[in-house]
Ligand binder design. Structure first.
Ligand code: AMP
Length: 507
C-alpha cells in the first residue's frame, strides 16, 4: 500500500513525498480512507504510530475546497496539552505548505488579543486546548456552529487531566452533523461512554499497543539505595560513564522531583533542561527546543509533560524513578530505539520499586537484566552539605531504621503529600491533583488554571546551562569500543557489565 492508494489530493501527496515518507503506517492506511469518506472514526492508537498524519493528511485534502468565515472555524482539533497542540500545528505547517490555509492555535499562556485577531480573520483549522477554547466561546469571540470536522486527540489523557466535562460541553457547541475523529490509546469506561454519546456509527481502527519494547533498546536495571541523594549520585555516575550517550531523557515520577534532579545536575555541571507541568509555557517551549536542537543534551521530565512529544533520536532514557504504572515504562523507553535505531534504557531501582519492576517485566514479557556489583554509592559530601540539616538527620535515622523510616506502601512521607502528575487509565478524580479534583466553574482564570498542563504556581526560573559545552564535566572515560550491535551490552558502562542475573518475567 502506498500513499497514492489512499485517496489523498495531489498537493498532499506531494507534501508527503517531500517529507520522505514512502509507506503509510497502519493507522494511516486504515483511517485515511474513512476520514475522506466523511465517516466518524474511533482510532485506538498511541503517539508514535503516525496517528497525527492519519488525521492531518485527509483534513488537508478535505479543506482544499471551501473558505473560512470570520470567527467560525471550519475544523477543530482538541489536544490535552499546549505542546501537543503546537506539534499538530507543525504537522499542518509541514504537510500544508502548498496550501493557503489559516491554522490557528488557541492555547493558554498566549495573549487573548492575538488569538482574537486570528479568529477574526477566519480559520480553516483551529487547534486548541479545551480550557482556552471555552474561554474564547464564553467571551463571544468564537462560534463553533461552522465546525464541519472535530478531532478529539489523546482522549484518555483528557480524562486524566479532568477535561472530560469540557469536552462534553464543546461537543454540544459544534453542529450535530459534524464529522468526528476520536483518538485514544486506551478505552476506560468513561471514554467509552463519550464515544457512544458523541460518535455516529464510527469506523473503529485499532493499531496494536506497543506493550512490547523495541528489540533495539538495551534495557538494564541498576539497584540503588532508597535515598534520593544516593539516586542522584548514581545518576551522575551513570551519565558520566554511559557510552555513546548523545542525549538522554531522565524521567521522574513527580514534578517536584524533576525540579530537584534538574537543579542538582545543573549544580554538578551538566547541560540539562527540565520539563514538567508546573513550568510556564515559555520555559517549557525553550527547554524542548534546546533539547531538540541538541543545545541541552539532557532533559529531566515528568511523564505527563513528555508523553506524546515527538523528540527524535534519543540515545538514552534514564528512569530516575521507576514508574508506578507499567505502561508508563513502555512509553518512556519508547523514546529511544525509534525507527530501528539502537538505544539504551537504564532504570534506577530501589528496594521499594521491586513490585513495580515485577509488573513492568510482566507487561513487556521479558526480564530486565540487573547490573550487579560496583554500584554502591557513598554519600556525596558536596550534595549532602547542601541539604537541609533536618533532611540529613532524617536520612541518617532512616539508614538506621529509625523514626524517619518510609511509611508502609509509600516512599518519603513528605513526598506522599505531593500530587503525582496524572496518567492514563486511572479515574480522573484520583488522577487529578487535589486542587483540580473539584473543577471550579465560575471565574474565567480558574478554567485555565485547571489545565494541569498550564502554570498554576507561577513560573520557575530555568537557569540556562547551555554555556557548558559537553554533557557533563569532563570525566575520565573508559576506552570506547567499536560500534555495537542491537542487544550488545558492550556500550554500557563497564561496571554494569558484572555478571547479569536474569529472572523469568514476573518471577
Ligand atoms: P505521531 O504518532 O503522529 O506522533 O508520529 C510519530 C512519528 O512518525 C513522527 O515523527 C512522524 O513524523 C512520523 N511519521 C508519521 N507518518 C509516517 C510515515 N508514514 N512514515 C514514516 N514516519 C512517519
Amino acid at each position: 500500500m502506498s500513499f497514492s492508494d489512499l485517496g489523498l489530493s495531489e498537493k498532499v501527496l506531494a507534501a508527503v513525498a517531500a517529507t520522505g515518507y514512502t509507506t503509510p503506517t497502519p493507522i494511516q492506511e486504515q483511517a485515511i480512507p474513512h476520514v475522506l469518506a466523511r465517516k466518524d472514526v474511533l482510532g485506538i492508537a498511541q503517539t508514535g504510530t503516525g496517528k497525527t498524519a492519519a488525521f492531518v493528511l485527509p483534513m488537508l485534502t478535505i479543506l482544499e475546497k471551501g473558505r473560512a468565515r470570520a470567527r467560525m472555524p471550519r475544523t477543530l482539533i482538541l489536544e490535552p496539552t499546549r505542546e501537543l497542540a503546537a506539534q499538530v500545528k507543525e504537522n499542518f505547517d509541514r504537510y500544508g505548505a502548498g496550501q493557503k490555509l489559516n491554522v490557528a492555535l488557541l492555547i493558554g499562556g498566549v495573549s487573548f488579543g492575538d488569538q482574537d485577531a486570528k479568529l477574526t480573520r477566519g480559520v480553516d483549522v483551529l487547534i486548541a486546548t479545551p480550557g482556552r477554547l471555552l474561554d474564547h466561546t464564553e467571551r463571544g469571540g468564537l462560534l463553533l456552529t461552522g465546525v464541519e470536522l472535530l478531532v478529539i486527540d489523546e482522549a484518555d489523557r483528557m480524562l486524566d487531566m479532568g477535561f472530560i466535562p469540557d469536552i462534553e460541553r464543546i461537543c454540544k457547541l459544534v453542529p450535530f452533523t459534524r464529522q468526528t475523529l476520536f483518538f485514544t490509546a486506551t478505552m476506560p469506561p468513561e471514554i467509552r461512554r463519550i464515544t457512544e454519546a458523541f460518535l455516529h456509527n464510527p469506523q473503529k481502527v485499532e493499531v496494536s499497543k506497543p506493550a512490547t519494547t523495541a528489540v533495539t533498546v538495551t534495557q538494564v536495571q541498576v539497584p540503588a539505595g532508597r535515598e534520593a541523594h544516593e539516586k542522584r549520585e548514581l545518576l551522575r555516575r551513570l551519565l558520566r560513564e554511559a557510552k555513546d550517550l548523545k542525549n538522554a531523557i531522565i524521567f521522574c515520577n513527580r514534578k517536584r522531583e524533576v525540579a530537584i534532579v534538574h537543579k542538582s545536575l545543573q549544580k554538578h555541571g551538566f547541560s540539562v533542561g527540565a520539563l514538567h507541568g508546573d513550568m510556564d509555557q515559555s520555559a517549557r517551549t525553550a527547554a524542548l527546543e534546546q533539547f531538540r536542537k541538541g543545545e541541552l543534551p539532557l532533559l529531566v521530565a515528568s511523564d505527563v509533560a513528555a508523553r506524546g512529544l515527538d523528540i527524535p533520536e534519543v540515545s538514552h532514557v534514564f528512569n530516575f524513578d521507576v514508574p508506578h504504572h507499567a505502561d508508563d515504562y513502555v512509553h518512556r523507553i519508547g523514546r529511544t530505539g525509534r525507527a530501528g535505531r539502537t538505544g539504551t534504557a537504564i532504570s534506577i531501582v530501589t528496594p521499594l520499586d521491586q513490585k513495580s519492576m515485577v509488573a513492568i517485566e510482566k507487561l513487556i514479557g521479558q526480564s530486565i537484566p540487573r547490573a550487579e556489583g560496583d554500584y554502591e554509592v557513598n554519600a556525596d559530601a558536596s550534595e549532602q552539605s547542601d541539604r537541609p540539616r533536618e533532611a540529613r538527620g532524617r536520612d541518617r535515622e532512616r539508614s538506621r531504621g529509625g523514626r524517619g523510616k518510609p511509611q508502609r506502601g509509600g516512599r518519603d512521607r513528605e513526598r506522599s503529600h505531593e500530587p503525582r502528575e496524572p496518567r492514563g487509565e486511572r479515574p480522573a478524580a484520583e488522577a487529578r491533583p487535589a486542587a483540580e479534583a473539584k473543577p471550579a466553574r465560575e471565574p474565567r482564570p480558574s478554567r485555565e488554571a485547571r489545565q494541569s498542563s498550564e502554570p498554576r504556581h507561577g513560573s520557575r526560573p530555568q537557569a540556562n546551562a547551555s554555556h557548558v559545552p559537553s554533557i557533563g564535566r569532563p570525566e575520565p572515560r573508559r576506552q570506547r569500543e567499536a560500534d555495537t550491535e542491537p542487544g550488545d551490552h558492550s556500550h554500557l558502562p563497564a561496571f554494569l557489565l558484572r555478571p547479569v542475573r536474569s529472572s523469568p518475567a514476573g518471577a
